[in-house]
Design a protein around this ligand. Sequence first.
Ligand code: SF4
Length: 372
Amino acid sequence: MDKIGLYIHVPFCVSKCPYCDFYSLPLQDETRLDTYTTALMRCMEDWAEKGDWQADTLYFGGGTPSLLGGRRLERLIGHADALFGLLAAPRPEITLEANPADDLADTLAAFAGAGGNRLSLGMQSVCQEELSGLGRRHVSADVARTIADAHRAGLDNVSVDMMLGISGQTQKSVIATARQAADWGATHVSAYLLKIEPHTLYGKCPPPLPDDDIAATLYLTAMETLERLGYRQYEISNLARPGQESRHNLKYWNGQPYLGLGPAASSFLQGRRFSYPRDLTGFLAGSQPVEETDTDMPAGSAEEYALLRLRLTEGLQETAFCARFGKPLPAAWRQRAAALPAHLVQVDEQGIRFTREGFLLSNALLTHILHK
Ligand code: SF4
């Protein structure tokens, strides 16, 4: 049986970034963190009673999970180990998302001491005007300090987020950010295009942004620069040094099982997709996750698998598809993909994959190939 990935959502932030659509609330006092940690541990116990799941990845996402501090992270990792055999798994991957604005030296030392081995930092840019425009609390020097603290704690696997297509961004500033990430020793970069979500501050009051053509150029510049610096793109927005791909996030794109805990956390388990409502009060009161039903693309279907796998540079592979569904890739998908320009989609006996330029049009390409 596949080992599962555990995801823990921590829905607190010091302040709300104007572009952010993740479920997060202002942290008013530290006692909320204790209450929330206890609720998460109870939730883990409920799930452990429902099945004999073993986990080999744990991802603390948010929100700002580094606000939990070392002691609460230790308790949660220990509980995940006791209930899901996390630390006994071969090469468990345990990731903490963190905001570099805060002094995290003690938190990172405790996290690493408890078995944590991967840090994901919201760097976004090294250009101060870009950071200010994004409403970030940190300055570039905070990222350097936090990565140095991580290395001192023994956390060598550090991922940084880089945002593309933001106000005033240029190819030069993208290259500067990519180079700095490499100089600081990042092993992994998530470089994603800013998307304006309607319910955010940006959605209500949009800033001046580069047009689609300029945003596409910035994306291609980031990918090419990072590859020249020794990273390999393995997903639309993710690059890694060899062997440092995110094993937890690969479970999402490979259609493997994962269990999400906390308000707004999603799961894919035993062929079902479900998520907890975006409601902290309800979660603390013991609310249950709600099944996600999509009649167009049922959970676990071949179409859903194709949609996820085509995010990866490896693409949709014939052998893996056959092993999973007991049949070859549908001929209609192959024919429709083959009719598309070769600089966007490649089709051969191994399967179907998008090129980097194809990734920029992936929604339209998927609709065409899958006829969705
Ligand atoms: S710190 Fe991260 S999760 Fe919190 S509001 Fe900003 S972008 Fe969203």
